[in-house]
Design a protein. Sequence first.
Length: 132
Amino acid sequence: MNSAQGTGTALPSEALVIYDGNCGFCKSMVSFASRHMQPGRAEFVASQDPKIQPVLEQHGLQQTASHTIIYLDSGQALLRSSAALKTMRLMKWPWPWIAAAGTIVPISLRDWAYNQIAKRRSCGANATSCSR
């Protein structure tokens, strides 16, 4: 595991996936992805975790973190559908193939679909971070 530059926050060797920990739908998707993930490929961290705040600040993503999935790898940040597809590429078969097929769809359409789902997500008991 490496450290984020200047933060002292341990990052996984492959990727860091940041999600809204107050969102029930988001937590369910992370649970699903974790069960199907290839070992050691990614670490999932809720955006509300105090340990991740320096990383979010470093990338200027503090405001965005509670509204979308963020995929960080080698200093590059991907958001929305691009982050979801990149995460799927780290999962066990058949998910990398599905992700590859998804990249054929133009990003504007993918992100539109992602935003439609995000608008309707269920945030459980703690709905304070949900944007609708």
